[in-house]
Design a protein around this ligand. Sequence first.
Ligand code: KG4
Ligand code: ZN
Length: 335
Amino acid sequence: TNDISILAIESSCDETSASIILNGKVLNNIVATQSVHEKYGGVVPELASRAHQENIIPVVEEALKTSGLDKSQLSAVAFTRGPGLMGALLVGVSFAKAFAYARKIPLIEVNHMQAHVLAHFIEDPKPSFPFLCLTVSGGHTQLVLVKSPLEMQVIGETRDDAVGEAFDKTAKLLGLPYPGGPLIDRYAKEGNPRAFDFPITRMPDLDYSFSGIKTAVLYFLRDQLKANPKFIEENLADLCASIQYSLIEMLLIKLKAAVKQYGVKEIAIAGGVSANSGLRKTLTELANRKGWNLYIPKFEYCTDNAGMIAMAAHYKYVAGEFSSMDVTPLAKMKI
Ligand code: KG4
Ligand code: ZN
């Protein structure tokens, strides 16, 4: 048949995921989340690799089963080549190679950051080209100018921590468990965002810096706790709201500058931090005021998932972009 059906694997960080796409339509998105990292307050690379090794066959089997397709019907197998944790990526790449070799089908490498952007094409409404995508996750903060599915340009990015990392690290200073981003979001709803003044770092051009706020919060808390050991518990909601306010401001200042510079009013956000309700609310109001068309994917496709890898792989298959069998993962990989 002329059907294009692709099995896609994602294993760059702490989610093991498999998805099947048939003629451009994502049929399923199976994700095994690793809980082993919670007690360490962050992702432990060695434990992530081991959990991927345990989870990869079950998630692939589940994806095959729920797709109604048989292995023998697949046209290609895709995997995340990078960026990500080397040991975690290796599990996905090795699996994909073995699968391609056994089934004698082509191999397709996918850039994880490109896939976060292409998650917008899994479901309607889809942005039209060119559009700007703000990708905000635990590992990355990037402003991307998207000209076509496979033609993207990073126009701004963080020079140190990712914004999700800033959420998680400041949450840790407040004594919240990992990952703290969603908890800051929750407590912030009851707090005053102007209660405390945390820095809004302004970098040159369209770049970001999120490491300053962590240090500012650290010293601020140290001083306050000396005077009042109960300072955090008595002010938790205001602290969360004020931290979140600064982080959102930093994100939006550059987004507004990018819109001005590139004259594009199609705006998309991607990555785990796009779940943040403060960011969604502020960005929605801003878009209404400015007349932007705003696109926010379903949460399932914001966090790490193989559905977005499958979507990217479909475009690459159609473009005839395949990988050779000696491909290796890349911890750092440019869009
Ligand atoms: O995209 P993602 O699932 O994984 C990668 O980092 O690639 O993003 C995870 C990040 C974590 O830093 C987490 O704290 C943050 O997204 N996050 C949030 C919220 N939900 C997830 N940050 C703030 N508010 C949220 N509601
Ligand atoms: Zn990601």
